[in-house]
Write a protein that binds this ligand. Sequence first.
Ligand code: SF4
Length: 321
Amino acid sequence: MVVVVDTVAARSRHPEKAGRPDTPLLRKPAWIRVKAPGSAGYIKTRALVKEHGLNTVCEEAGCPNVGECWEKRHVTMMIMGDTCTRACAFCNVRTGIPDPLESDEPQRVGDAVAKLDLAHVVITSVDRDDLDDGGAAHFARVIGAIRAAAPDTTIEILTPDFLRKPGALEVVVAAKPDVFNHNLETVPSLYLTVRPGARYFHSLRLLQQVKELDRTMFTKSGIMVGFGESRNEVLQLMDDLRCADVDFLTIGQYLQPTRKHHVVDRFVTPDEFDAYKTVAMAKGFLLVSSSPLTRSSYHADEDFAQLQASRAAKVGNRPLA
Ligand code: SF4
């Protein structure tokens, strides 16, 4: 298992959590276990990431899938630094005051995508509430640099919520990523404890606005379960996302990065994940990925091909209304 539970790490990476009491740890069930990374493909990908001085959410978030994904050169690059201005209770990304943006980062990301020879790339970022536009223009520059360096690569972005940054979303959508992902993370009743710096209906509205700005853009959102949400709350969230015309839903198990992070209320069983998928597909999503180890960027390359096929099967050659 890759996720490290480390109280010292919590102190240095998450100063705002240092004074919190340790939370209890639930023993992981057999279906959560993964192989430790270390294959030749993984080592090669890691070397390329280091060579280009890139941050990845795969490492920063302690993702359990890193061995599998990096073996296949599937990396989720994290732009705008390694320090986040929010302090979500579930997230292992370092928090604090970030460094200024690096003007050569778009070029470095573009070069790395070209070298990795990716069919599909996922770009995410830390929250940058300190910037006037929340980093929207930088996102657009990164998308432009990838288009220039690797024109055949399709681009998926996983963005912050750009809360109180008027005009930011429009800048990112105008850069024309192929998939716009913004995660709701959890049900509204848990926002104050799980995602205190965010607002559920703002995030939902952001996703809806993407579709209003560009009907052709695929939209995607994800949640983690196991925080203490009820099944009915998850079903309501699915309805909310469908009202916002979101195409693709991901559902995965929350895993606790350290004893200072939000506690795991329970491990949702694989059968329950399957049941969520069945219900969500019936509600009209083009695609649903629901399993204990699903993460928003897990298998994103294969999923993009499926998304396109699902839309084609649904609307054929008709223009999107
Ligand atoms: S699931 Fe996403 S974050 Fe995790 S290793 Fe794979 S690409 Fe990286």
